[in-house]
Design a protein around this ligand. Structure first.
Ligand code: GLN
Length: 544
């Protein structure tokens, strides 16, 4: 029955980038830790059908789920916090909503009616919200509305929330409004006016916020909370402060201290208990008290943008905590790397990760970096494009086929060691047509990966069109680069290793998507461990 499922909507006011995703994930963590099966959904007001066609400069990394959905990076936070996989249903965009309404119209499903924003678009939004609730998998669904209230493009979502609140009834649906309480240093004061205005904007759309979460750089004093409660129609206990934290992983505890979970559960008429965060806090204490440090280079072409490699950076945090080391990630722009400066830029590193990517820009720098770390025996992890570049580098510099390339970069290459997948050759549309989602991979015995994973078969998530060309497999293997993982049905090579190197692994899939606080990814854990070993070896050599 829909009625027993509880819905929490998270809206944002004043500015973007207040961290709605982290607040939603932290609340979900607290509810999950009290035994409530909780999921989080993100509604994005843009017209792209999914973020798969977006440049990382737009919205950061594109996250991929097991079922092959290309989604907003907030879903990565949801999985990392909750350790429960998300799916296509967890991310809906305006483009997708309109696409399905228009397809229904073409099929004649509206029986001659004029199709309008209200009720047709809002009904579609309401359905998408309730799909998760009706799945029977969850007790509580948290829906994060992208954008800021007052934006034209958010209006249908806000209207859908208004209707749902009404349909579902008082104790079954609540709204948490996240705002900013800025500090004016000239006046030495925290200001509540922007929050008052944003609550008012929400009210103009017929929604009364039940809880206010206020982002702030300074503690909110009691009188200010009272003022906010008075002007914004919420109880004082429902004014929650969200103060800047040194790590996003502190936010669940900060929300617990503020009693966010208690207020939420009270409003939803659910019992509240003390959440069991013991595993979470164990991770936090390892994260905050490292015994040593390693320095790992992240080579990519979007390194100036933190969000482009979000899941990789978070996976390093999980793997660092698992190893009790601080992983300092040094971002290196692949376009600034060449054969002459590779030593200067890389020799001090304990490990190097070459990032995923698309297109030609920066690839020669990646290849030069790989040559250097291969020759200098520095631990290497190549992800997707990073793995493909490792294959090209080996073919060029060890097999001696100097013109080797990927047909993505140079379609007429004489030695296409990385080539377009057969299944991709007839595809015209760019959106949602890559090899996506979780695929099985069988590991070769006695390889690094078989030891790291401790199992014969694994499932990992993919997002690519090009692949290792099996025509070159035997030559590469004879020359020392071994394929240690392949898809059991298609024979697609998913992993390469160089057994003569201390730790050289390239994977066609994206391990970073599956790393969570509760389950740090074994490949990242092993890579950090190998980097730590490299550092110790280097130190002992320099001391000798
Ligand atoms: N551009 C490459 C491909 O499509 C790699 C993609 C990636 O790194 N995610 O195969």
């Amino acid at each position: 029955m829909t009625n027993s499922i509880k819905y929490i909507f998270v809206t944002g006011g004043v500015t973007s980038s207040l961290g709605k995703g982290i607040i939603a994930a932290s609340l979900a963590k607290l509810l999950q830790a009290q035994g409530y099966r909780t999921t989080i959904q993100k509604l994005d007001p843009y017209i792209n059908v999914d973020p798969g066609t977006l440049n990382p400069y737009e919205h950061g990394e594109c996250y991929v789920t097991d079922d092959g959905a290309e989604t907003d990076l907030d879903l990565g936070h949801y999985e990392r916090f909750l350790n429960v996989p998300t799916s296509q249903a967890n991310n809906v965009t305006t483009g997708r909503i309109y696409q399905s309404v228009i397809e229904k119209e073409r099929r004649g499903e509206f029986l001659g009616k004029t199709v309008q924003v209200i009720p047709h678009i809002t009904d579609e939004i309401k359905n998408r919200v309730q799909i998760l609730g009706n799945s029977g998998q969850y007790d509580i669904v948290i829906t994060e509305i992208g954008g800021t209230v007052g934006d034209i493009e958010s209006l249908p979502y806000v209207e859908a929330v208004r209707q749902l609140k009404w349909d579902l009834g008082e104790n079954n649906a609540i709204v948490i409004h996240l705002t900013l309480v800025p500090f004016l240093s000239a006046a030495g004061e925290l200001k509540t006016k922007p929050t008052q205005h944003s609550v008012k904007t929400l009210m103009e759309s017929g929604i009364m916020a039940d809880i206010l979460v206020c982002r702030t750089e300074h503690e909110l004093p009691k009188d200010l909370r009272r003022k906010l409660a008075l002007f914004c129609n919420v109880r004082e206990e429902a004014v929650i402060q969200s103060i800047d934290a040194s790590t996003i992983y502190d936010v669940p505890n900060l929300m617990l201290e503020q009693g966010l979970d208690k207020v939420v559960l009270k409003k939803l008429n659910l019992t509240s208990d003390k959440p069991d965060l013991s595993l979470w806090n164990k991770f936090l204490s390892r994260h905050k008290n490292p015994k040593s440090e390693v320095r790992i280079g992240l080579i990519g072409k979007y390194v100036e943008l933190q969000d482009s490699y979000k899941s990789i950076l978070e996976a390093f945090i999980h793997a660092g905590a698992a190893n009790e080391v601080k992983v300092t990630v040094e971002s290196i722009h692949s376009e600034h790397l060449n054969d002459n400066n590779a030593k200067l830029k890389l020799s001090h590193l304990d490990g190097v990760l070459v990032a995923p990517g698309f297109g030609e820009r920066g690839i020669e720098g990646k290849i030069n970096a790989i040559k250097y770390v291969r020759e200098q025996q520095i631990p290497f992890l190549g992800i997707c494009l990073g793995m493909q570049m490792a294959v090209i580098e080996y073919t060029r510099n060890v097999l001696g086929l100097t013109d080797a390339n990927s047909t993505e970069m140079f379609p007429a290459t004489k030695y296409p060691v990385i080539d377009l997948m057969e299944s991709q050759k007839t595809i015209i549309n760019k959106g949602g047509t890559m090899r996506l989602g979780a695929w099985e991979c069988e590991l070769v015995n006695n390889s690094i990966v078989s030891k790291v994973y401790g199992s014969k078969t694994i499932m990992e998530r993919h997002r690519h069109r090009y692949e290792f060309n099996n025509k070159y497999k035997s030559d590469l293997e004879a020359a020392g680069m071994i394929a240690t993982g392949a898809n059991p049905k298609t024979g697609l090579v998913e992993i390469i290793e160089i057994p003569k190197h201390p730790w050289f692994v390239g994977v066609q899939y994206h391990p970073e998507y599956k790393s969570t606080v509760a389950n740090p990814h074994p490949l990242f854990v092993a890579f950090v461990k190998a980097s730590l070993k490299q550092k110790k070896t280097k130190n002992s050599v320099s001391m000798a």
